[in-house]
Design a protein around this ligand. Sequence first.
Ligand SMILES: Cc1cc2nc3c(=O)[nH]c(=O)nc-3n(C[C@H](O)[C@H](O)[C@H](O)COP(=O)(O)O)c2cc1C
Length: 196
Amino acid sequence: MRKILIVFAHPLVSKSRVNSKLIQAVNKMNGVTVRDLYEEYPDFFIDVKKEQDLLLSHDIIIWQHPFYWYSAPAILKEWFDLVLEHGFAYGRTGSALKGKYTMSVITTGGRKETYSDEGHNKYPIRQFLLPYEQASRLCNMQYLPPLVFHGTHLMKERDLDIAQMDYVKLLTLLRDEKQPLSEIKNSMFANEYNNE
Ligand SMILES: Cc1cc2nc3c(=O)[nH]c(=O)nc-3n(C[C@H](O)[C@H](O)[C@H](O)COP(=O)(O)O)c2cc1C
């Protein structure tokens, strides 16, 4: 069984419709640890050693967050800056995370079509996620295709239920090692993989 760590960043969970529902569903799953950064560190003073230890004891690291200004809520950047330390995560002697897998799970207000050359967000979503992909590579980890829920403002209760089920299904698949991760790697989005 692979151990999954969800590094979760949402500054206002009480107002969240989508992420709160997603987190609720996976929070009690066996083999899944949820790290709610805003809850743990309301003052932004991240316990680096604790976060690094959590990384060491898990196989797959998921960054889950709403998409804010084409990026993530601020605390996730702080987490990257402090936790993925030189000498630990990268650099000549930094190989602690080697062989682990990473993935983004994000929700966007913009509909899928808006993230294209013709759409008002201009670029495909995978392009905005390149920093996560390349940071993973720098740390000798493999970035799996992201799970993306677009058009959150238009999501009805039924859509939220489906999103929740999709997330549980994906994490179950990842956790239970039923299929090699190399198969997921070939998709553009984990959504596609999940629907096969
Ligand atoms: C500060 C802020 C910035 C946002 N920036 C973006 C953005 O760049 N692209 C986008 O598609 N949606 C953007 N949104 C919409 C959020 O992604 C959307 O509200 C969120 O994914 C919904 O998830 P939730 O119900 O868990 O809060 C932004 C929302 C806020 C509050």
